[in-house]
Design a protein around this ligand. Structure first.
Ligand SMILES: Nc1ncnc2c1ncn2[C@@H]1O[C@H](COP(=O)(O)OP(=O)(O)OP(=O)(O)O)[C@@H](O)[C@H]1O
Ligand SMILES: [Mg+2]
Length: 676
């Protein structure tokens, strides 16, 4: 843990008040003022500051994302986020970036909503590059531009401390920010509803230090709001589970059945009763169950987390984060997707022939088709594109400075939790994934300059997989300057053509190099859809999806023809024929799935891994009968029924146990009706 800052240092009250920015900076510049406290008031347009409390940053991870973005913008190489999980009373964020000068700090508190980034002012303050104010001094594209990100911390706590130090100086600056929340017609200070607005005091001290070369910024949050703590510690879920356990203990099974909550498979632990003081020893109600080993180093833990989620495949056809992980682990996952860090295995553009992907180049022509590329041994996707596509395009994403940016949260190094590993869904379907990559920089000269919204350029990929694991990785994620507030959008910006199944098999990321920024709403989590850049990006994405589905249909149609040939040779009974026709009507070119009934869950699981839909006889008494002929009939019914349900997509989101329970229930309607 970073050293606990000395509370006395910034807790003091003071008579000295300076409310003017230049005057404040000057006061802080003087060595003789060291160790004294100056008070100043936060300044911003009410509109902007009100929006910060308007709940634009709803999730705790949004605030962490903003702090990590600030560290990126300050050219930090390492960010450490430390929490006292599973208690969550404290959060420290420490970076080894450039730190803030007294001018920058004075500006920070007096010009909220008026960022100095991406304008000349930033050059004067030394927070942007001398050659290009769109970049950091170290050459990274700047993420910040509004000037409110830091105040997203107001969602987490009403008081926080910023400690910052610039290399080469013999002092550091300590600023305690105390926020005041006014609610109209209500002077209850503890309220923090959405319709309140915010102001506050800042207590700043210039402290001498011997460590001249040190640099970086700490944001220290010592008392996280109770509501946020409860969110982070999944309190609602654990309380419901406790209730359920109590109901079972009381024999109230109706009640227990009604509490529809599952215990997270992996979690940081649960403390039912939090002590009054953060230093009080706590009693864990539930010990943590983490997907990694205590001796696993930080840089492989993210990989362990993904293994754990993928492992849920033994239970669910489409593993999902929501039931598998508690809020804390989900927060790690989400943050790892949002911030500019490396991929857990490798960047999709660095995949090689070993990955077994079928590779295509996305055409930018309105009615163009994707070009298939060859991925030779030892070549990467980047190489193949450069060597085989006209104009020798270069895919740049993932080659920049992101490699030097590491973010660690409580002993877990964040890495983008996206793997390009094939998961089969259909034994006779495609047995390799498809990767579509492309690059787009439309010529906007013909569009009226007032309309075009500046230059737009992007790179991107669409990855088709048998199944996307976890389910939350399905959709399109748009990164601007390496960062993304929004997660995967499973509608693909409202793609209207009914391609249900195939859309659910796609993971896509767009890496926006220039533009689109202005279309980002203030929360950085959604887009203004009327902005011309959003329309262009949408157009390109939808074209790329169409190219993918066309290619995919071709390949599966060929497989299907083979399959039909095979079937023509074996006589199909009427039931199989009927259910296969239902499948074909619903799914068109997708080959119908193979359905098998196996003796026990273990074998069923093996078949599922192989892409079949499998039922375990020992789990389904209705099928587990001895009479030969009757058994055959039931099996045939069960298979046809399963195929029909699958054709309608009913089984996709059910755990295997649930699938079997559903099929059993339907069969019983017919077989056991008399006996009921
Ligand atoms: N970790 C940090 N290291 C150095 N300077 C920082 C850090 N965090 C904040 N700052 C300074 O504080 C200013 C305000 O940060 P804030 O996140 O509120 O706005 P921004 O980054 O400029 O814009 P945006 O609202 O788009 O994030 C920054 O412009 C920067 O000068
Ligand atoms: Mg910022």
């Amino acid at each position: 843990m970073p050293q606990k800052p000395n509370a006395d240092m910034y807790n003091g009250s003071t008579d000295l008040v300076i409310d003017e920015q230049t005057e404040l900076a000057q006061w802080l510049s003087r060595k003789e003022n060291e160790n004294q406290v100056v008070r100043t008031r936060l300044k911003a347009s009410e509109r902007v500051i009100a929006r910060v409390t308007d709940g634009i940053y709803r999730q705790p991870e949004s605030a962490l994302r903003e702090l990590i973005s600030n560290a990126w913008d300050a050219d930090a190489r390492n960010v450490f986020v430390l929490t006292d999980a599973p208690r969550f009373s404290r959060i420290y964020v420490r970076d080894d970036g450039l730190g803030m000068s007294y001018e920058t700090l004075a500006r920070l508190v007096h010009a909220i909503g008026g960022s100095a980034k991406r304008r000349q002012e930033g050059q004067k303050l030394g927070i942007t590059s001398k050659d290009d104010w769109d970049r950091t001094p170290g050459g990274r594209p700047l993420i910040g531009k509004i000037g409110i990100g830091l105040f997203s911390v107001s969602q987490l706590a009403r008081r926080f401390v910023v400690i910052t130090k610039v290399a080469g100086e013999n002092y550091r600056l300590v600023a305690e920010i105390r926020l005041r929340v006014y609610s109209e017609g209500d002077d209850d200070e503890l309220r923090d509803d959405d319709d309140s607005f915010l102001s506050g005091d800042v207590y700043i001290t210039r402290e001498p230090t011997q460590d001249v070369s040190a640099h970086g910024t700490d944001v220290v949050i010592e008392d996280v709001k109770p509501r946020v703590r409860d969110l982070l510690r999944s309190a609602d879920r654990w309380r419901a589970l406790d209730e359920k356990a109590a109901a079972i203990a009381d024999g109230d099974f109706d009640m227990a059945e009604n509490i529809r909550v599952e215990e997270p498979k992996y979690h940081a632990g649960w403390i039912q009763r939090l002590g009054k003081s953060p230093d009080e020893p706590v009693l864990l109600t539930r010990p943590p169950k983490l997907p990694w080993d205590t001796k696993d180093p930080a840089d492989i833990r993210m990989s362990r987390l993904i293994d754990a989620v993928e492992g849920e495949f033994t239970r669910l056809a489409r593993p999902e984060l929501a039931t598998t992980l508690d809020t804390y682990l989900q927060t790690l996952w989400t943050l790892a997707l949002s911030v500019p860090v490396k991929y857990v295995d490798q960047h999709p553009f660095d995949l090689t022939a070993e990955s077994n992907v079928k590779l295509y180049w996305i055409s930018n022509e309105p009615r163009g088709q994707a070009q298939q590329l060859k991925l030779d041994i030892g070549q990467t996707v980047r190489d193949a594109v450069r060597e085989q596509v006209d104009g020798r395009p270069i895919l740049e994403d993932g080659t920049g400075p992101a490699a030097e940016f590491r973010v660690q949260i409580d002993d877990v190094e964040l890495k983008r939790p996206i793997r390009f590993k094939f998961h089969k869904t259909d034994r006779r379907g495609l047995d390799q994934p498809m990767l579509f990559v492309g690059k787009y920089a439309p010529n906007l000269e013909r569009i009226d300059s007032a309309q075009r919204g500046g230059i737009l350029s992007l790179e991107g990929y669409l990855f088709w997989n048998g199944r996307v694991i976890p389910k939350e990785n399905n959709g399109v994620l748009v990164r601007i300057r390496g960062a993304s507030g929004a997660l995967f959008d499973p509608t693909f910006f409202n793609y209207q053509v009914s391609e249900q199944t195939r859309l659910r098999q796609i993971t896509s990321e767009l890496f926006v190099k220039r533009g689109l920024d202005a279309a980002l709403n203030i929360d950085r989590e959604s887009f203004n859809f009327s902005h011309p850049h959003v329309q262009l990006v949408t157009l390109w994405l939808h074209r790329a999806i169409r190219q993918l589905t066309n290619r995919h249909k071709d390949v599966s149609a060929r497989l299907r023809t083979d399959r039909l040939q095979e079937e023509a040779n074996t006589s199909m009974d009427a039931l199989t024929r009927f259910s296969t026709d239902v499948w074909t009507m619903r799914r068109r070119s997708d080959p119908p799935p193979e359905i098998t009934i196996l003796p026990d869950p273990k074998e069923a699981h093996k078949a599922r891994t192989d892409g079949a839909i499998a039922l375990a006889r020992s789990d389904m008494p209705i099928l587990d009968i001895s009479q030969g002929a009757e058994r055959e009939t039931r099996d045939a019914h069960a298979k046809a029924l399963t195929r029909v349900l699958a054709a309608f997509g009913i089984l996709d989101d059910l755990a295997y146990e649930e699938q079997q329970a559903l099929i059993t229930a339907i069969l019983r309607v017919f077989y056991d009706a008399g006996a009921l």
